[in-house]
Each structure stands twice: as C-alpha cells, then as structure tokens.
Design a binder for this molecule. Structure first.
Ligand SMILES: Nc1ncnc2c1ncn2[C@@H]1O[C@H](COP(=O)(O)OP(=O)(O)O)[C@@H](O)[C@H]1O
Ligand SMILES: [Mg+2]
Length: 253
C-alpha cells in the first residue's frame, strides 16, 4: 500500500522543502521506495535535488492539466529508492487555470491512482492554503507539519487546521495530522525552549521527539543539488532528519 504524506504549513521558510527532500531521502535509504512530489511552483525541491528545470519534458504542471500521467514525469534520482516528480514556475499558471477546471479539488488525488509502485509519497506543498495545497490535502493520508521554532511559530496555523477539518468532513475523511516537526531549533536560546513547550501544549501528543536543529549544512546541501545525507551524513542536520524519518515510520505504524 502507498502512504501519501503532505508536508505543509502556509508560512514560507519554515523548512517544508528541506524536510520533504531529506525525509524522502531517508525513507529511500531505509529501504522504502519513495516518490517526492514537488508541488510548489517555486520548484525548490526540484532544484534542491540538482535537477535542471530547463531540461524537463514533463512536470507536475502537465500532470495537473491532464496532459501527462504522474508516472511519466517521474525521474529516478541517483539515491537509493528515491524518485522525483518535478515542478517549474509553469505550475503557477496551471494553478490559475485549475480554478476553472472540472474536478479541480481532486486532480492530484486522481493522478495518484498511478503510483502504487511506491511505498511512500511525500508532497512538498507551496507556502499558502491555495488550490494546490487543497489538492495535496485531499490526495494525502497524512499531514506532516514542520513548525519553525520562533516567536510567531503558531500564528496562522489555526487556518490550516480549520481547512484540514473541512476536508476531513468532506472529501477526505481519513486525513490525519501525523505530527508536528520542530525545525531550526536553537537549543542555546531560552526562547527556543519556551516556544517548543508552547507547541507541545498546542499539539498534545503530536510533536515529534526528534527535532531539527538550525544547521548550516542543511542550508548548504541544496546548492550542491543533494540531500543532507549525501552532502554531510555526519552533520547534526543529517542525524536529525534520519531520526525524524524513523519516528515518522513508527508513527505511521
Ligand atoms: N534546520 C535548518 N537549519 C538551517 N537552515 C535551514 C534549516 N531548514 C531550512 N533551512 C533553510 O531555510 C530556508 C527555508 O527553508 P525551506 O525548507 O526552503 O522552507 P519552506 O519550504 O517552508 O519555504 C532555506 O534557505 C533552507 O536552506
Ligand atoms: Mg518550500
């Protein structure tokens, strides 16, 4: 069976793409055939994995437009069990057209009927509660919520939880928050500890035990076009994502 996980938070810069790439990488490394879907028009997951956007014949944009099957745009990455469905800025135009299309909420879900050969699918969502994000929330079984441990961490999350509730009450009754992943944690500051406590209070039982530290190696890896495990596997960031991935697998059970 394929488990689909949407990595989402409508804020930008909280670590969605970094988490998507590195969790997908470690799922693959741990022996699970994994497809990473880049579902953000910025295409950061695509470039972060070293894929030249100019060279792409088929992308998620074609998939959503119904011009291509999902399996036709998938690239086999040079990392164990890791596959990528890439995106380019074209996806932003597609999103505009999507608003007028039939079945506009379920186009990603329908496209995902084509991917039973993967054990896990990780969807890197855009930083908004857009039609693309709604498509991801309807296609997914689980939501993974990266939260940057900083003063405004919880602001705006109410809206996402409300959207999840609506979707659960309608088009995707089994959608579940698999966990909140604290990112860019700086253990030296008391603010970090304070915010971390606040997140735990807000999401009882949902906060990952593994946290992701602020680590410059994580920010460097995408410029080399590789996941952290292929860039500096002994870095703090690499160890944190490996352990978060194991915890994700345990939580899914
Ligand atoms: N744990 C971390 N430590 C240091 N830098 C990070 C960390 N996580 C992400 N970054 C950097 O922060 C920026 C935003 O992260 P990103 O994953 O792109 O967020 P999002 O996808 O939510 O917009 C990127 O430049 C990324 O390299
Ligand atoms: Mg991103």
């Amino acid at each position: 069976m394929t488990t689909i996980i949407a990595v989402t938070n409508q804020k930008g810069g909280v670590g969605k793409t970094t988490s998507s790439i590195n969790i997908a990488y470690y799922l693959g490394k741990l022996g699970h055939r994994t497809l990473l879907i880049d579902f953000d028009p910025q295409g950061n997951a695509t470039s972060g994995l070293g894929v030249d956007k100019q060279s792409l014949r088929k992308t998620m944009s074609d998939v959503i437009m119904g011009k291509s099957k999902l399996s036709e745009c998938v690239i086999d990455m040079p990392h164990s069990n890791l596959f990528l469905a890439p995106s380019t800025p074209q996806l932003a135009n597609t999103e505009v057209e999507l608003a007028q299309m039939e079945h506009k909420f379920v186009r990603l879900k329908n496209a995902c009927s084509d991917i039973s050969r993967y054990e896990y699918v990780v969807i890197d969502c855009p930083p908004s509660l857009s039609l693309l994000t709604v498509n991801a929330l309807i296609a997914a079984r689980y939501v993974l919520l990266p939260v940057q441990v900083e003063f405004y961490a919880l602001e705006g999350l109410g809206q996402l939880l409300e959207t999840m509730k609506l979707i659960r009450g309608g088009m995707n009754p089994t959608l579940d928050l698999i966990g909140v992943l604290p990112t860019m944690v700086d253990n030296r500051t008391s603010l970090s500890a304070q915010v971390h406590d606040e997140i735990k209070k807000h999401f009882p039982g949902k906060v990952f035990k593994s946290t992701i530290p602020r680590n410059v190696r994580l920010a460097e890896a995408p410029s080399h076009g590789v996941p952290i495990g292929a860039y500096d596997r002994f870095s703090k960031g690499a160890r944190a994502y490996k352990s978060a991935t194991k915890e994700l697998i345990e939580r899914i059970g």
